[in-house]
Design a protein around this ligand. Sequence first.
Ligand code: PMP
Length: 306
Amino acid sequence: MSKGVVQASYIWLNGKFVKWEDARVHVLAQGIHYGIGVFEGIRGYYDDGYVKIFRLEDHMKRFLKSAKIIHLEMPYTLDALINAVIEVVKANNFKTDIYIRPVAFRGPGSIGVRAKNPVEVAVIAFEFGKYLKPTGVKCKISSWRKPPADSLPVYAKIAAMYLLYHLAAVEANNCGFDEAILLDGEGYVAEGSGENIFIVKDGVLITPPTYGAILEGITRDTIMKVATEILGMKVVERRIKREELYTADEAFFTGTAAEITPIVEVDNRIIGDGQIGKVTSQLMELYQKIVRGKIDKYGRWITEVK
Ligand code: PMP
């Protein structure tokens, strides 16, 4: 599903609004050469005349944490970044669901890998639809593994890490699958190329632990809370073997872009009966209500922009 982005009017770049076509970066930027950068992916849902941004503060806090981990001195405070997102959404006057991409990277200066070139920051927002097929995806266990915790910082959402996900996703697509599932260095299930993963087994929701090789997904956190608090389910964080995934009753991905995407097949093994499972469909429905602020209990997660 590699469609081009729908161009919006303005981008926030280093504290100013610039026209979409004028938001340029110098080719010497260290972020391009060495992947020294961090980013976020946030969704806004157009509903009742507002763009409702989901868990904005949590995303921007993770953005700052990612930056800290890779020594990127962010030139803006949390409040300033949150405000930049809100202002970009306002400036573009969206009347559709959107995706928001804050990104910070080292710009031009020295070519040295140890240089700490000045940091540049942008917030880009654009119209956005579904990322993966909501009717269910067929997955391949990737030949590319997640690095161990002392290799690349798995917790941070760093640009350089996405080469790994690109390799895994392209490999899966080339082999005729919709998405890749990466294992950790020890062979346990880690996550998708842009999603966390859950399985349902005998009514229990199981997901890989955060001390493992995964990004601490905000959608993952949402689903763990919703499954416990609304569906009354038991949620367990533990390592998942590959064969447990093959034989799960249900499996699904969670992610800002992917939302809740059912996994219907892994390595040519049909998951459950190959249809969207009962728990998965309940969570999909709840999630769509929550992100639009329809469930009061989770209203605190919504930032409305008019
Ligand atoms: N894992 C990876 C590798 C991702 O890129 C993403 C998307 N940010 C996720 C998990 C899901 O995270 P979130 O729910 O915060 O979008």
